[in-house]
Write a protein that binds this ligand. Structure first.
Ligand code: CTP
Ligand code: MG
Length: 235
């Protein structure tokens, strides 16, 4: 088996507000992307990796190439291929460009946000295993802990949503590779996650338990939280 990995790292990091594309911002002394690549080391079988970087940004591309060279060493012989591609204007376009660069013989693909830099290697292996076991789309999700209100355009509450049936989803999201590729080829509209594209093409998607450390670094507070988590892990 060959696991295709897409790491989308082409966003600009507007909400983090540091003037550097988010995946290349320093977290505990290293770029966010370096941490994200370490999540791949526990995957079984062959692994092919594509990283989407900000289009036309030579310094981000050079840094991604260097990180791919150094951080993927633990995969050893298992590393089948690496590619760095220009991302697009949206995450959706970045995923589309990345999928096209993966070797066609991969049986499954995991799509991951570089911004979820602290997702664990075990988590990646678990998602890959679930895709192979079910041949479905597999999405990690956490229960919703806040009460959710549905409102109308004026802000008036129209409904309290039953949160028992809601999940906050994360990445990596895993899929049979040829099916996700076909879904991206067929899909015209933009979606905010890969499971939505997969489902729009008729695929079945299942939720499995998420993990707290796979939270997305979005704003400055998230970067501090990631620093603290790493400091605790490193004792
Ligand atoms: N992403 C991407 N290509 C884009 C937009 C986003 O590859 N055109 C990636 C980001 O690099 C990130 C993931 O998608 O790893 C999730 O996006 P988000 O957290 O929104 O990151 P940014 O778009 O960089 O942040 P912001 O929206 O604050 O600018
Ligand atoms: Mg964004």
């Amino acid at each position: 088996p060959c696991t295709g990995i897409v790491i989308v790292a082409a966003g600009s990091g507007t909400r983090l507000g540091l003037g550097t594309p988010k995946a290349f911002v320093t977290l505990a002394g290293e770029p966010i992307l370096a941490h994200a690549l370490r999540s791949l080391t526990g995957l079984p079988g062959r692994v092919a990796v594509t990283i989407a970087v900000p289009p036309g940004d030579a310094s981000s591309r050079a840094m991604a190439e260097e990180l791919a060279q150094h951080e993927l060493v633990p995969l050893g012989e298992k590393l089948a291929a690496t590619a760095i591609v220009d991302g697009g204007d949206s995450r959706h376009e970045s995923v589309r460009a990345s999928l096209a660069a993966l070797p066609e013989h991969c049986d499954i693909v995991l799509v991951h946000d570089a911004a979820r830099a602290l997702a664990s290697p075990d988590f990646f292996a678990r998602i890959a295993g679930a895709v192979r076991a079910t041949r479905h789309g597999i999405v990690p999700g956490l229960p919703v802990i806040d009460t959710i209100k549905q409102v109308d355009a004026t802000g008036r509450v129209v409904n309290t949503v039953d949160r028992e049936f809601l999940r906050v989803v994360q990445t990596p999201q895993g899929f049979p590779f040829s099916q996700l590729l076909a879904a991206y080829r067929a899909g015209e509209g933009e979606t905010t996650d890969d499971a939505a594209t997969f489902a729009a093409a008729g695929g079945t998607v299942e939720i499995v338990p998420g993990e707290a450390s796979a939270f997305k670094i979005t704003g400055p507070e998230d970067l501090r939280q990631a620093e603290e988590l790493l400091a605790r892990q490193r004792g």
